[in-house]
Write a protein that binds this ligand. Structure first.
Ligand SMILES: [Zn+2]
Length: 429
C-alpha cells in the first residue's frame, strides 16, 4: 500500500508536525520525519482534523438519480473533508428493508470516495403506520444503527415508543425529524411577523419543540437513546439542554445553514432558501451557536439535500425543501463558530468527527489522530477565502444557498484509510 508523508500539519490547530500514513493507518507523528520513498504532501499552514463524519446526508439513490447518486454525493463529501456519511432512508424505494440498505452500502463501497452508512427507515415506506424491519437492517451487511423517517416525523407516540424500545437490542438510535404535522400543514417558512408580511404560511417553532419535548420524555421513559435531527429554534436548544441536565440519553444536531442564514432571506422569494426545518430568526441563530459551543448540541450535520433545477427553480410554494451542504460545511462552521472564537479546532473535530461517529456507532471513523489510528483525515486551509460558484460543485445538483458568497477556508486534502480521495483541492479520481 501507499505511503504518504505529510509535512508541517497543525493537528487540531496545534504546533506543526509531520505524519506518516502507511498501510491505512497513521504510522508515525513527530517533527522531521523521513518520507522513506513515500509521497510528500506539504501541509504548511494547514490544519489537520480527523476525517469528518456526517450523520445526515441525502444521497438520493436509489430512485432520484437525477438529483444525486451515491457516486456523486460521496465525491461531494470527500471534497468537503468527510470520510464517512450516513445516507438517509427517504429514497425510492425507501430504505426500510435489509435489501435496500445493503444496496446503498454496496454502492458506497464501489464508489470508494468515503464510507457510506445507510440509515434505516423507522416505519414501512415512511408511512408512519407500522415499524420497518429494524432488526433485519441491523443484522444486515450494512449493520444499520441509525434509524430515521427523516423528511417525515414519526408522529405517532406509540410507534415512536416501540421504535425506541426496539433499537435498544442492538444499541441503535432513533433520529427524529421533529415536525408536528398538523401544526405545519402547508407551512412554507418560519412563522412570524415576516411570514405574515410575505403571505407565506408560517411554520411555528412550537411544531418542532413540542415533538422534541415529547420524544425526550419518551426516551427517558423507556431508557433508550434519542437523536434529534436539525434543531432550528432557541426553544429546542433549551429543551435539549434540560434533557441533558436530567441525565437523559439525548443528542442533537444543527445544520450549517441554521448557524448562518435567517428567515429574512425568504423576502427574496428565492426557493434556494426554502428548507425543512425553515431558516429561523437571528435570535435562534445566536442560540444555536451558543448551544453548539457549550455542547448542548452535540454535532454539526449537513442535511445535504440535492434537488434538480426543475424542483427548485419555480415559485416558492411549489419548490422542494432542502439545500446542498457537504462541500461548504467546514467553511460555514469556521465562519460561524471558529472565527468568532466560539469553538477551537479541537471543538470542531469533536462536533464534526468524534461525536457523530459515536452517535452512529461507527468504530472505523472519528478516532483521535494518534499513531495507530485509521488514516482518515482532512487537511484544511483556514487562511484562504473563496467565492462559492455552484458550477464548481461536484454534486449532481446546484442548489447551494451560498452562490456568490465569500466563505473562509478550503479543504486541500482528504485521506481515507491512508489513500487520498482529494489532493490539492481536487478529486483524485
Ligand atoms: Zn429532516
Amino acid at each position: 500500500m501507499s505511503t504518504y508523508l505529510i509535512k508541517s500539519a497543525a493537528i487540531l490547530g496545534g504546533e506543526p508536525t509531520d505524519l506518516v500514513l502507511r498501510d491505512g493507518v497513521v504510522a508515525e507523528i513527530g517533527p522531521g520525519l523521513d518520507a522513506a520513498g513515500g509521497e510528500v504532501v506539504d501541509a504548511t499552514g494547514l490544519v489537520a482534523l480527523p476525517g469528518l463524519v456526517d450523520l445526515h446526508t441525502h444521497l438520493r439513490e436509489p430512485g432520484r438519480e437525477d438529483a444525486e447518486t451515491v457516486e456523486t454525493g460521496t465525491r461531494a463529501a470527500a471534497m468537503g473533508g468527510f470520510t464517512a456519511v450516513h445516507a438517509m432512508a427517504n429514497t425510492e424505494p425507501v430504505a426500510d428493508t435489509a435489501g435496500v440498505v445493503e444496496q446503498v452500502w454496496r454502492l458506497g463501497r464501489e464508489a470508494g470516495h468515503c464510507d457510506v452508512y445507510p440509515v434505516g427507515a423507522v416505519t414501512v415506506g415512511l408511512q408512519g403506520e407500522r415499524l420497518a424491519e429494524l432488526g433485519a437492517m441491523a443484522d444486515s451487511a450494512a449493520r444499520v444503527r441509525v434509524f430515521s423517517d427523516d423528511g417525515k416525523c414519526v408522529w405517532d407516540p406509540v410507534l415512536m415508543r416501540r421504535a425506541l424500545e426496539y433499537v435498544k437490542a442492538f444499541d441503535g438510535v432513533v433520529a427524529q425529524h421533529a415536525q408536528e404535522p398538523r401544526l405545519t400543514e402547508g407551512a412554507q417558512m418560519n412563522e412570524g411577523e415576516l411570514s405574515g408580511r410575505l403571505g407565506l404560511a408560517g411554520w411555528p417553532a412550537v411544531a418542532e419543540e413540542a415533538v422534541i419535548a415529547r420524544d425526550c420524555l419518551l426516551a427517558a421513559h423507556v431508557g433508550s437513546r434519542l437523536h434529534v435531527c436539525h434543531v432550528s429554534t432557541a426553544g429546542s436548544v433549551e429543551i435539549v439542554r434540560d434533557a441533558k441536565r436530567k441525565g437523559w440519553d439525548v443528542t442533537a444536531e444543527v445544520c450549517p445553514h441554521h448557524l448562518l442564514l435567517t428567515d429574512e432571506l425568504a423576502a427574496t422569494y428565492d426557493p434556494i432558501y426554502k428548507v425543512n426545518p425553515p431558516l429561523r430568526t437571528a435570535a435562534d441563530v445566536a442560540a444555536l451557536r451558543a448551544g453548539l459551543a457549550d455542547g448542548t448540541i452535540d454535532i454539526v450535520a449537513t442535511d445535504h439535500a440535492p434537488h434538480p433545477h426543475e424542483d427548485k427553480d419555480c415559485e416558492w410554494a411549489a419548490a422542494a425543501f432542502g439545500m446542498l451542504g457537504l462541500e461548504t460545511a467546514l467553511s460555514i462552521v469556521q465562519e460561524t463558530m471558529v472565527d468568532p472564537g466560539l469553538l477551537d479546532w479541537a471543538g470542531v473535530a469533536e462536533r464534526m468527527s468524534h461525536a457523530p461517529a459515536r452517535i452512529g456507532r461507527v468504530a472505523e471513523h472519528g478516532q483521535r489522530l494518534e499513531v495507530g489510528c485509521p488514516a482518515n483525515l482532512v487537511l484544511y486551509d483556514p487562511a484562504v477565502r473563496r467565492v462559492v460558484d455552484p458550477a464548481g460543485s461536484v454534486s449532481l445538483s446546484r442548489n447551494t444557498p451560498y452562490a456568490g458568497r465569500e466563505l473562509p477556508g478550503r479543504v486541500v486534502a482528504t485521506f481515507l484509510r491512508g489513500v487520498p480521495t482529494v489532493l490539492n483541492g481536487a478529486l483524485v479520481r
